[in-house]
Design a protein around this ligand. Structure first.
Ligand SMILES: [Zn+2]
Length: 250
């Protein structure tokens, strides 16, 4: 079986590895644009790992509910993991040192089937128990590089601006698929995201973090235009919300 990638809208993805392991990244399924959230949440019985890039609610999403039910281990940086456990009640036994790392570190998981490297992102990170409660410190936000032993290497940027050190990603990892935020307002928009793609040089780029709210005005069309302006030959794949695609190994 090939690796499968499903987009739920915003920055939420499901990855099913060729070995049948299930990973969720920033699992906000109950977002305003994914209509089948209830059904999908009910269908998610097996989840092995939940990766979270930072503490904002549009990324933590339904992680605690899913994690508790499926006994999924939490993969996050040290301070974010502590905040998710202490503020939101993610089960501490599912968020131990085995799956907790920090910037620049790589952790090997699921018997070597998955490796996760935490890389910087320029954004904020705080966890709030309720919408208007004061946020609790959750460290610096991250992006994650997910290397599948029998599948592609995927870079999820998290929420970020463009920064020149993104070029270092391609020095250490051959990225097959880059999941890049393009929505503007809270993250980089199409033009800066196109520059980020140039630095990372993935085989395929998939835009995310747009159109969920009216203020996220970046569009895949504007992003495509910005890639073309830069004479980029990188394949752009625009996913539909709820769509699943197969990713081949490089
Ligand atoms: Zn966000």
């Amino acid at each position: 079986m090939e690796t499968q990638l499903t987009w739920y809208g915003q920055s939420a993805f499901k990855i099913v590895t060729s070995g049948g392991k299930i990973l969720l990244v920033d699992p906000w399924l109950t977002n305003p644009v994914f209509e089948k959230a209830k059904e999908e949440l009910a269908a998610l019985k097996q989840v092995d790992l939940i990766l979270i890039t930072h503490g904002h609610s549009d990324h933590v999403g339904d992680a605690v509910e899913i994690g508790k039910r499926a006994r999924a281990k939490l993969v996050a940086t040290f301070d974010l993991s502590a905040a998710l456990v202490n503020v939101l009640g993610y089960p501490s036994e599912l968020a131990d040192v085995e799956t907790t790392g920090h910037m620049g570190g790589t952790i090997t998981l699921l018997g070597g089937e998955v490796a996760v490297t935490f890389v910087p992102a320029w954004h904020g990170s705080g966890v709030s128990k309720e919408e208007n409660a004061p946020p609790v410190y959750a460290g610096t936000p991250s992006g994650v590089i997910i290397t599948l032993s029998d599948g592609p290497t995927i870079y999820h940027t998290g929420d970020t601006d463009l920064f020149s050190d993104m070029a270092l990603v391609s020095r250490f990892h051959k990225i097959d698929v880059m999941l890049v935020c393009i929505g503007d307002h809270f993250t980089m928009g199409p033009a800066r995201a196109a520059e980020a793609v140039k630095l990372v040089r993935p085989r395929t780029v998939i835009p995310m973090h747009y159109a969920t709210f009216p203020v996220l005005t970046g569009t895949p069309e504007a992003f495509e235009h910005e890639l073309k302006r830069r004479k980029s030959k990188i394949r752009l794949r625009v996913m539909k919300i709820g769509e699943t695609i197969e990713l081949s190994a490089s």
